[in-house]
Design a protein around this ligand. Structure first.
Ligand SMILES: [Zn+2]
Length: 290
C-alpha cells in the first residue's frame, strides 16, 4: 500500500512537472530549434521565433523532422505557445507550408511578422491571406521602429537592412529588409537580430542617434561578432546586453565558433552557443533591465 501511495505520488508529481513550468520569475529558458529558431519560455509566457522552416540551402542547420512534428502537434515543450514570430521570409527561417498549416491548427496563436513575409507566404500558399485575423503585421521603414503590445507581450520591431551578399558588385540582398525584434517576456527584454551585420546597427544609430532600448538577452547573428573582441566591444557598448546568444552558426564551422566563444567569454562570460536542436538552457536574469 505504502509503495502504491508513493508510486501514485510520484506519478502525480512527475505529471505536475510536465504540466507546469518550473521557471521562476526572471528565468528564461532557451531551447534551440535550429539556425536562428528558438523556443523562449519565461515564467508565464512561451514564444516561437524563426522556428518553422525545413530548408537550410544545403549550408545552414535545419530542425530534425521529429522536432518539427512536435512543434506542429503542440507536443510539450511546444504546447501553450503565445506567439509565433518571423524575422524575414528566407527559407532558412520560413517554410510557408508549415506556417500556413500551423496557423490553421492553432487559430488563437498570433503570427507576428512583416508585410514582405506575408506576401511571400501568400504567394506560396494561395489563400493564406484568409487567416489575416491571426496576423500582426508590423513593417517599419528601414532604420525605424514600431512598438506594439500583443497578448500582453510588448514587442518592438526594427526595420534593419538584411546582411549583404555581393556578386559582380551587386548586393543580392539589396531589397531585403530584415525585421529585428525586441520582445518582453515577464519583464525580460529579449532582442533577436535576425540576419544583420554591424552596418545595420550603424545605419539605425545614424538616424536615431543612440540605442535607447534596454536588453537582457541578445540573440545575435554570428557575423556581428565576426572579427572577435572589437566587434564584441561594439555590441557591449551599444546594446549593453546581459547575455549574448550566438545564432546562425553553420554546422561546418560550429567547432571553430565554440573555440571563438570560449575566448570571448574571458571578456564577457555570458555568451551562449547551442550545438544541437533541442539543447536547452535556463538563465536567470538578475537586475532585469529597466
Ligand atoms: Zn536571411
Amino acid at each position: 500500500m505504502k509503495a502504491f501511495i508513493s508510486l501514485s505520488f510520484c506519478l502525480l508529481f512527475c505529471n505536475l512537472n510536465l504540466t507546469y513550468s518550473q521557471l521562476h520569475s526572471n528565468d528564461l529558458q532557451i531551447t534551440n530549434i535550429a539556425n536562428e529558431g528558438y523556443l523562449l519560455q519565461s515564467s508565464t509566457k512561451k514564444i516561437l521565433i524563426d522556428a518553422l522552416f525545413s530548408d537550410g540551402y544545403g549550408v545552414f542547420s535545419v530542425p530534425p523532422k521529429e522536432v518539427t512534428t512536435d512543434i506542429m502537434n503542440a507536443k510539450a515543450p511546444f504546447d501553450n505557445i503565445d506567439m509565433l514570430l518571423l524575422t524575414h521570409y528566407h527559407k532558412d527561417h520560413c517554410d510557408p507550408v508549415l506556417i500556413n498549416e500551423y496557423l490553421s491548427k492553432y487559430k488563437n496563436i498570433p503570427f507576428v511578422t512583416n508585410k514582405p513575409s506575408i506576401v511571400f507566404i501568400d504567394g506560396n500558399c494561395f489563400g493564406f491571406i484568409a487567416k489575416k485575423k491571426q496576423f500582426v503585421v508590423i513593417t517599419p521603414e528601414a532604420n525605424q521602429s514600431i512598438s506594439q503590445t500583443i497578448n500582453n507581450i510588448p514587442v518592438k520591431v526594427f526595420g534593419l537592412k538584411h546582411l549583404s551578399f555581393y556578386r559582380d558588385s551587386v548586393d543580392l540582398e539589396e531589397t531585403m529588409l530584415n525585421y529585428s525584434f525586441l520582445i518582453e517576456l515577464d519583464g525580460i527584454k529579449i532582442f533577436h537580430s535576425g540576419d544583420i551585420q554591424k552596418n545595420a546597427f550603424q545605419d539605425y544609430l545614424a538616424r536615431n542617434k543612440k540605442w535607447t532600448d534596454s536588453i537582457d538577452v541578445a540573440f545575435l547573428y554570428f557575423g556581428l561578432i565576426e572579427s572577435g573582441e572589437s566587434d564584441l566591444d561594439y555590441i557591449l557598448n551599444t546594446l549593453h546586453p546581459k547575455y549574448i546568444v550566438m545564432t546562425h552558426v553553420i554546422p561546418k564551422e560550429m567547432e571553430k565558433w565554440f573555440v571563438i566563444t570560449e575566448q570571448l567569454k574571458k571578456k564577457f562570460p555570458n555568451i551562449l552557443l547551442f550545438r544541437n536542436s533541442m539543447d536547452s538552457q535556463t538563465i536567470n536574469i538578475t537586475n532585469i533591465a529597466k
